[in-house]
Write a protein that binds this ligand. Sequence first.
Ligand SMILES: [Mn+2]
Length: 371
Amino acid sequence: MSRVSTVSGGRVLPLLSALLLSSTCCGFVFFSGDGRRMTSTDEVGVGTIAASSSTHLPILASSVRNHASSTGQHTKSTRTYNTKADEYYKQFNKLPTPLIMHDNLRKLLSQSTKTNDDYERTNKVLLIGDVHGCLDELKSLVAKASRTYNKGKQFASIVLVGDLCNKGPYSAEVVRYVREQPFWYSIRGNHDNAALEAALGDSDRLAKEKYAWVKQLSDDDVEWMAALPYTIRVPKDLISSDEDVLVVHAGLIPNVGMDSQAINTMLTVRNLTLVQNSEPNGNHTAAIDQYEYYNSIQTENAPIPVAKAWPGPELVIFGHDAKRGIQLEKHAIGLDSGCVYGNKLTGIVFPEKELVSVDAAEVYCPVGGKC
Ligand SMILES: [Mn+2]
């Protein structure tokens, strides 16, 4: 890819205006206007994605998240490479930014056109860790959680912490399956981001065998991935909880507003470092810890797991850290129990806050393996 990315308001606004006028569909898009190419990293890459929402101009209303099944029509596996995301990638050689960075489960459910007539749901919510293409285990986990905690009924909603794909056996199938289930939603993980980039034409990634599966994605799959938000908030009253739940793939920097959280942090952070502990200034102001993304190359201070640093008030549910596995901190719970590495797929049921897991059927990807 040799195209140089130079996005400026002057170039983008006409495009956006045209899209706004011409499109009645496709709710993602459009960009980080800081002129840097947005890429994603397979693992803990630092600083390759650096954009805050202040650089985005969200425009179109989202209808992609109204799943295909809501119309009774299932996806055709066609790929025209002419979706809005494709057009954006061709023009700017970088990923479009989703219209909605931070979504809300109440809003998502209210927008669903699916009705309860189709099957009986309870008011419980199931959140699920990193699936990485493990479709069989995903189905088994949902069935087990339903049996154990929900009298065999459907959950009001299921939300996944991202990394639906890569490494495992059924990446495209998991993307499609999650997309087509009514009342299921996902946020975006670093692997979803990377796979989307491959699907849009990133030649570096497409040269790798491990991204061959992206050719199975349809236009609808790609549009859905391009619309995945970085966080989904679950309001506390939806789950009879004392605190909102905030679902994010990797983590958040404490004491930084949601609109100021860097994309790279939300997708890849595992450790933070304390850079300042502000002293109370005499008027009873509480000290506020300030953290930065811990970069082992640049930082000599001690790494602090992002889950330990998070002070609330929301309960953060995240994945991305299979090496640490399940993490149970006061205000953060990590769900990546390494299914694709042959361990377990784990979810958490609300309002009980009970963990539920199933064993991986096999080791799909050895730790450290090229998959
Ligand atoms: Mn991840």
